[in-house]
Design a protein around this ligand. Structure first.
Ligand SMILES: *Cc1c(COP(=O)(O)O)cnc(C)c1O
Length: 417
């Protein structure tokens, strides 16, 4: 469900035609629909109304301040994985008591920043991190709220690069070792054990992996209770997928139907960390066809956005649907083509061997479902300026991030002479 639809022969985001934005700010740009964003947040939040819960948006999916601000105003907390994301979450006005901090490699500087900001809890991923946290908290005369990130060894059945809850992954503490670790944590002076955390992967399109993981986690919480370790927060992570092509991932209510009865039995606050689900289909990348060419082997549409703007196709073999901004283009004859960017890499494509209608030089394309892990993974490779970001609200659009300038590209650099 999203708010990118054809009206009067053009693709609109809510009530704004995408070609109008392109004419005014140039291409490429990311365009987000605030209404889609709000709808997804509410659908998720409502699905779990029957349990005491907190929805912490995974900032790494889309960390634009303008967008974070809207989610925070709607009541969302933030799931962060770095000091930089903490900075953004606070700038967006997020209540620190709604911030959870995960990640295998938190530095002492980041830990200090998060302690001084009074975040709700640290999702700790190793013994050494636990000791580091205890030390820094002691130095600051603070108590660190801690959840241990447990690795339940469940296959989320998604792309290997976005699986995180398997034994072979770098994340979390093996569930068999976790009791020992909890006892250790409970004995540390500057640590307050308050929760448990897991996150098994991303773009998960079935309910079963969640059910299996939650089952394992809750059995372990019982074990903790028996050992006298009291848990207040059960954080089950994010990872619910979205339809990019022909997947039909469960809706939040369907997931809720399975796991809420299980979670209800424990008198805890349930923390969720959805990222992709909230923002994935709330954004498109608008790019312009610069040139078209046909080699003996195939046809190419060369567009002004590349893998530096949207890396998912080349990084995860991800499918991003492509639609013309002008509806009439879709009536032209179709052929198999690659949609490629201007970057000097063979991996620089947005779509490969795709049946598309004939786009001509100057036509605009909307790369659909680009709201999550799109801009946040973009780079300056080939010294390309990162794209502008636009947030549409009704019949107005707001440039929530300017396109970078040439000067932005060399900021902080200097000659060595
Ligand atoms: C990436 C991540 C998420 C969000 O995953 P989505 O698939 O975008 O929902 C949540 N929690 C943690 C710890 C993560 O690393």
């Amino acid at each position: 469900m999203h708010h990118f639809n054809y009206q009067h022969g053009k693709m609109f985001c809510e009530n704004v035609p995408l070609d109008k934005i392109a004419a005014e700010i140039g291409t490429p740009f990311y365009c987000y629909s605030n209404e889609t964003l709000m709808r997804h947040y509410k659908v998720f939040d409502d699905a779990f109304a029957d349990v005491d819960h907190l929805v912490c948006f995974a900032v790494k999916a889309n960390s634009n301040l303008g967008l974070l601000r809207e989610l925070v105003k709607a009541g969302a907390g933030c799931d962060i994985v770095s000091g930089g994301e903490l900075f953004r979450a606070l700038k967006a006005g997020c209540d620190p008591k709604k911030i959870v901090y995960a990640g295998v490699g938190k530095t002492e500087e980041e830990i200090e920043y998060a302690l001084n900001s009074n975040v709700l809890m640290f999702n700790v991923e190793s013994t050494q991190e636990l000791f580091a946290l205890d030390t820094v908290a002691g130095r600051l005369r603070k108590k660190a709220g801690v959840a241990l990130r447990v690795n339940p060894d469940v296959d989320p059945m998604t792309h290997p690069y976005i699986s995180t809850g398997l034994k072979k992954n770098k994340f979390g503490i093996a569930i068999e070792k976790a009791l020992e670790e909890y006892k250790l944590a409970a004995g540390l002076k500057n640590i307050e054990v308050i929760g448990i955390h897991q996150h098994i992967g991303s773009q998960i399109t079935q309910v079963t992996p969640f059910v299996d993981a939650v089952e394992k986690l809750l059995a372990f919480v019982d074990q903790l209770n028996e050992a006298g370790i009291k848990i207040k927060y059960i954080d089950i992570g994010g990872g619910l997928g979205i339809p990019y092509k022909d997947e039909s991932p469960p809706a939040p209510v369907e997931l809720a139907k399975e796991i809420v009865p299980m979670l209800k039995k424990h008198n805890c606050t349930i923390v969720f960390e959805p990222g992709r689900l909230i923002v994935g289909n709330a954004g498109v990348l608008v790019t312009k066809v610069l040139y078209t060419k046909r080699t003996e082997a195939k046809g190419f549409y060369i567009v002004d956005a590349g893998m530096n703007d949207l890396v998912r196709p080349t990084l995860y073999q991800a499918h991003q649907a492509i639609q013309p901004v002008l509806e009439e283009v879709s009536k032209r004859s179709k052929s198999e083509v690659d949609v490629v960017g201007p970057i000097c890499e063979t991996g620089d494509f947005l779509a490969k061997d795709r049946i598309l209608p004939e786009f001509k030089k100057g036509d605009l394309m909307a790369v659909m479902s680009a709201g999550a892990y799109g801009f946040t993974m973009s780079s300056n490779y080939n010294s390309r300026r990162r794209a502008a970001e636009v947030l549409v609200k009704g019949d107005r659009y707001h440039v929530v991030r300017d396109r970078e300038t040439w000067d932005d590209l060399v900021r902080g650099e200097r000659f060595a002479e």
